[in-house]
Structures are given as C-alpha cells and as structure tokens.
Design a protein around this ligand. Structure first.
Ligand SMILES: NC(=O)C1=CN([C@@H]2O[C@H](COP(=O)(O)OP(=O)(O)OC[C@H]3O[C@@H](n4cnc5c(N)ncnc54)[C@H](O)[C@@H]3O)[C@@H](O)[C@H]2O)C=CC1
Ligand SMILES: O=C(O)C(=O)COP(=O)(O)O
Length: 527
C-alpha cells in the first residue's frame, strides 16, 4: 500500500484527499530530525510546509521515498539536489497561497504606516496616546517591489488600487508585463533611492541573500518603511536594527527571519519594528487550497505517474500520463539499448521526435531516454535524476523535433556520438496497443521488441549462419523466445536480436563469439 507522511501542521483536507485516493496517511508533526530519519523509510511520499527541514541526511535514509510535496511555495527547506540525485520528485503549490501572502504584505504596510500594533498595545494599557501615533498615508507614495513574480504582482495590483506609484526591481520582469501591471521597472539602486516603502517578494537564493545588506540599507531614502513576507536571509537583521535605531529606517515589518522559529532576534524590542511568526500563508482559504492541491498532486504522481508543479522534473498531467507513458517506455528502451551497446564511449546524444511524437512535450521523452542510457551504469537512475546525472557527467543532450511524418506515424530516434565524432543511431515506434518496437539499429532496418534478456549479434550475411547459431544455442540449453533479423544493403553484414528465456552466461557468450561468421556479440537486458 502506498504510504504518505504529513510531517507539518496541515489542513485536515490533505489527509482526507489521500485517504479518498486510497493512499495510507500518517500525520506526525514536531518530529526531530533524528525521529524523522528513523521512520522516513516507511513512506513513499512526504508532505510538508516550512517547518520540516528535508536535509541530505534525511534523504539518505528515505530509500522508498518517491515524492516530497510542499504545501506552499518556498522550497528552501528541501535539499533539492540531494532529492534529485536520489530520484525523488519535489513539488510545490506555486499559486495556492499567493493572494494571502500578498494581503499580509499590504496589511503589514498599513500596520507600519499607522503604527497599529503599538497603538493597540498603548490603548489597551489605558494610555490613550492620540498625539504619539501620527501616521503617514500610503496614497501617492512610492512602493518599491523587490521581486515581481506571482506574489509581487498581486501586491502591485493592490498597491496601484491604493493609488501608490509602484516601481519594481526584477531582472525577469518584461517591459510588457510591467506595462500590464501599471508599474515601472527599475534597477535596484533607483528603487533604493526612490521608494517610501520597500517590500520583498523574491526567493532566497545565492543572488538574493542579503539583498538588503548594510550597504544597500544605507542607500535607501531616509524614512523608508520595509516589509519582508518572503524569506529571512534577504535582509541583514543587525544592519536593519541599527538603521531603525538611528531613525534612517522609519519602520520595518518582518514575517520571516534568518533563524526560525525566531524565539530570539536582534530586532525584537527595537522601536517601530513589527514581527509576525511566518504567517504569510496562514489564512483558512490558502491553507485549504495548498493542502488539497499538494495531496492531489502527490497522489497523482504516486498512483498514476502524473506530474504537476515539480521543481526537478517535467510536468505531465494525470490525463496526459497514459498517452505519454508508452512513449516514455519506448524512449527508455532506446536509451538502454544505446547505453548497452555504446557504453561510456557516448559523449553526446540527440533525441529526435517525428510524426505524432512531435506533438508531445519532449521533456519526459528526453528524461526517459537518459534514464535508460544512464540506467545501464546504476540501478538508482530514474526519470527524475537522469537529466541531473547526465549534466554531472558532461553529456551533451540535444532535442530535435520534426513536424514531418515519415514511414511511421510516430518515431523516436536516439543518436549517440563518441569522442571521435562517430554517430550511432537507433529508432523505434509504437504499434497501437501492441506497444513499442525497435525499427532501426545502426542504419539497419529491423523489427524487434526490446524486453527481458536478449542477444545482439552482428554477423556475416551468408547462408548457413542462422542454422549454426540455432544448433549452438540449442546444445547450450538456451531457449530462443523471439528472433529478429535485419541486413545492411551493402557490406554483407546482418544483425540479429534474439530474446532468450534466461541470461546467457559468459562461457556461452564466448562460444557464440567463436562461431564462424560472428563479428560481434553482446548480451542485453531490458526492464
Ligand atoms: N511568508 C510566507 O508565509 C510566504 C512566503 N513566500 C515567499 O515569497 C517569495 C515569492 O514567492 P512568489 O512570488 O510566489 O515567487 P515567484 O517565483 O513567482 O516570484 C519571484 C520573483 O523573484 C524574481 N527574482 C528572482 N531572483 C531575483 C533577483 N536576484 N533579483 C530580483 N528579482 C529576482 C523572479 O524573477 C520572480 O519574478 C518566495 O520566497 C516564497 O517562498 C511565499 C508564500 C508564503
Ligand atoms: O509557501 C511559502 O513559501 C511559505 O513560506 C509558507 O510557509 P508555511 O507553509 O506557512 O510554513
């Protein structure tokens, strides 16, 4: 039975969805890394929010884990390279909590502008300090967005509605999109100089870490107010403390901290500072959205192979999966065939799709070819980690799509190139419900099913050979299942692909190799 662990607080609808889909689910929150390590091996899926840290060490113990689902956006608590090399799909829910988080940023902007938390505390302490809490209007002010992706764009939309002027620093924001949002694209320097409010909506990466450094904070306009609902680590907390204390920064509201849970922080107790405990995504609506979505996505993957919102694998919808799966099987076989015949001589590979295959997303096909090719060397290779391992090995991979239809209604051709530039190519098609078929090997037309144990023999195309081979294999007790023959038009060379009932031992292979007329022999295995 497929089993999933939910290791963070999550709306109960996640567990309901898993159960409705026939997936067994345990929800155990607050586990220490050691406790999680001990039990993770029992699960096929792990559903988390931001509290669980899925480190390399945890992944090393997760021998059965196939998918990690993040009910939310940020995946900086997951070691994605480690998951990828272990063949584990990592998926998130990129839109389910965006509105909620954007609303939190706007709420914090108002809280800063009108000092609402302090005014609340003072009033309830019976002080009635009407003169102390003089605020500022946001209307007409400049809001500087650092990051204008999903959340940043929603913040921009709300801020434009509040009659603010919005400028955005985001190298990936196109001028057309900026125009559509009614905002202005700016470089970081300009934004720092002009903004009355700055709000951060970028992921935490090596490029964004400390983006509001001490140096950059010093470049901001005096009296600026800063909001961070994205990730701790984007702002130098010590420098922000100093800037608040000196009055250069008039206020700061942080939902996220360098170290979470933030039980202690240099900013705590500093004037004009507002803190919330990573509540950006915490509304009923957002939590229901992300819980249902993550459970659906994970169940789809575990039960049907459908992939959505994966960060380390191409998407494949549950509806698309049955249509693409036969192509993936064919691609895997072609990759495996080439991998077994050409081995580590392969320096580059090109994957061509033609006919019906050209209308499909090519990414799953490429992943499947690479998974077959690299799977020859390691049993832990799969669709997720194959492209990653190929890159690591320096394998050059090209994808080519032909709209033309040739002799077959659909065709996949895989060509390898060795370091001397020599090309070897295999091609296959799908035959309706009958499944996959190899149709060409190294320039020779053939028709063969690639499955189980097989023998690949290149021999002189001369009378009597097949009889001699049959006799030898018969005497050796090797039962032939299927027999496929192809010949080159020139050069008197033929190719034989035989399926055999059990692997042929090295001793018997040597006897075949000695048979007169044999130029090459190899035993092959397919899944
Ligand atoms: N506080 C909370 O509870 C929540 C926090 N978040 C966080 O909000 C952040 C933004 O989320 P989304 O808008 O959904 O992400 P997104 O991926 O849609 O947008 C991020 C934007 O940042 C831009 N960007 C990337 N690198 C950049 C750089 N070096 N300089 C400037 N811009 C850069 C990208 O081009 C992109 O447009 C993430 O860090 C996410 O983890 C998300 C949900 C809830
Ligand atoms: O979705 C995100 O990136 C968040 O930061 C939300 O975190 P949470 O699920 O509330 O722990």
């Amino acid at each position: 039975m497929t089993r999933v662990l939910i290791s963070d607080k999550m709306d109960p609808r996640a567990a309901e969805v898993f159960r409705e889909r026939g997936v067994e689910v345990d929800q155990i929150t607050g586990l220490s890394p050691e406790e999680l390590k001990k039990i993770i091996n029992d699960y096929d899926g792990l559903a988390i929010r931001s509290a669980t840290k899925v480190t390399k060490d945890i992944i090393a113990e997760a021998k059965n884990l196939k998918v990690i689902g993040r009910a939310g956006i940020g995946v900086d608590n997951i070691d994605i390279p480690a998951a990828s090399s272990a063949g584990i799909v990592v998926m998130n829910t990129p839109f389910g909590n965006s509105i909620t988080t954007a609303e939190q940023a706007i709420a914090l902007m108002f809280a800063l502008a009108r000092q609402i938390p302090e005014a609340n505390a003072s009033t309830q302490a019976s002080k009635w300090e009407k003169n102390r809490f003089m605020g500022v209007e946001v209307s007409g002010k400049t809001l500087g967005l650092i990051g204008a992706g999903n959340i940043g764009s929603i913040v921009a939309d709300r801020a434009v509605g509040l009659k603010m002027k919005v400028i955005a620093y985001d190298p990936f924001l196109t001028p057309e999109r900026a125009l559509e949002l009614g905002i202005e694209k700016a470089d970081l320097e300009t934004l720092l100089h002009k903004a009355d409010f700055i709000t951060l909506h970028v992921p935490l990466t090596d490029q964004t870490r400390n983006i509001l450094s001490r140096e950059n904070l010093a470049k901001t306009k005096k009296g600026v107010r800063i909001i961070n609902c994205a990730r701790g680590g984007l702002i130098d907390e010590e420098a922000l403390k100093d800037a608040l204390e000196s009055g250069h920064v008039a206020g700061a509201a942080l939902d996220v901290f360098l170290k979470e849970p933030a039980k202690e922080n240099p900013l705590f107790g500093v004037p004009n500072f507002i803190a919330t405990p990573h509540l950006g995504a915490s509304t009923t609506e957002a939590q229901v959205n992300v819980a249902i979505q993550v459970a659906e996505q994970m169940a789809d993957y575990l039960l049907t192979g459908g992939v959505s919102n994966a960060l380390n694998m191409p998407s494949l919808s549950a509806e698309e999966a049955p249509r693409v799966r036969p192509y993936m099987a064919l691609s895997e076989q072609l990759g495996r065939l080439l991998g077994q015949l050409e081995g580590d001589k392969i320096k580059s590979v090109s994957i061509e799709v033609e006919g019906a295959a050209a209308h499909l997303d090519q990414k799953p096909i490429t992943s499947a070819v690479l998974s077959g090719l690299m799977g020859v060397y390691s049993q832990s290779v799969n669709m997720v980690n194959a492209p990653f391992l190929a890159r690591e090995r320096g394998l050059d991979v090209r994808e080519i799509r032909h709209d033309r239809e040739g002799a077959y209604h659909t065709l996949i051709r895989v060509t390898s190139r060795d370091d001397k530039g020599q090309e070897k190519s295999v091609a296959g098609t799908l035959f309706g419900s009958e499944g996959t078929r190899l149709v060409e090997i190294f320039g020779i037309k053939i028709e063969a099913n690639l499955s189980g144990d097989m023998l690949y023999i290149v021999n002189d195309d001369a009378p009597g050979f097949i009889g001699r081979l049959g006799t030898l294999l018969g005497k050796a007790g090797v039962n032939i299942g299927t027999f496929h023959l192809g010949r080159r038009n020139t050069g008197g060379e033929a190719v034989l692909l035989l399926s055999v009932d059990s692997p042929v031992t090295a001793g018997k292979m040597a006897k075949v190799a000695e048979l007169s007329g044999v130029r090459e022999v190899k035993s092959l295995h397919f899944l």
